[in-house]
Design a binder for this molecule. Structure first.
Ligand code: FE2
Ligand code: FE2
Length: 153
């Protein structure tokens, strides 16, 4: 249950909601900005770190599947992945907040910053609909699989 909740939190809140706004709105807005090489490299590094984060959450989710399938070694692996995630995120956040977002704001006018905030709000507003659309689609797909199995079985 804890792992299931943690995976949902990491996938939906941390990755979809938080990284989503960073990548889909902020990072996309960097195109055409005359950033220093160092800031450009930092943006690329942060994107790579999001990929690593996603991979770790995938690994965590896999340990849950293994545990449910009766693999007792999955618990120790889940702890290892959780420790890795807990170690990784505070540094990632520090690198973003102090090392990237704050210096980056020099490249944005007050109007651009306000517009971006508006886009963030809109992104968040749509997310709840997306989450439950995906939930319903998942349930329908599961139902279709069950019916198919009943017909062919
Ligand atoms: Fe991030
Ligand atoms: Fe972040």
């Amino acid at each position: 249950m804890f792992i299931e909740t943690a995976v949902d939190f990491m996938r939906f809140y941390a990755d979809k909601c938080h990284h989503g706004k960073e990548e889909d709105i902020l990072f996309n807005s960097l195109v055409g900005k005359p950033l220093t090489d160092s800031l450009r490299e930092r943006a690329a590094q942060l994107t790579r770190e999001h990929v690593v984060g996603r991979r770790s959450v995938g690994e965590l989710s896999a340990t849950r599947e293994r545990y449910l399938a009766g693999d007792s070694g999955a618990v120790a692996d889940a702890v290892r992945v959780l420790e890795r995630i807990a170690e990784f995120y505070p540094d990632h956040i520090k690198r973003e907040d102090a090392g990237f977002f704050i210096p980056l704001m020099d490249y944005y006018s007050k109007e651009e910053q306000d517009k971006m905030l508006e886009e963030f709000w809109e992104y968040d507003r749509m997310l709840i609909h997306e989450k439950y659309r995906l939930t319903v689609e998942g349930l329908l797909a599961k139902q279709a699989r069950t019916q198919e199995a009943a017909v062919s079985g």
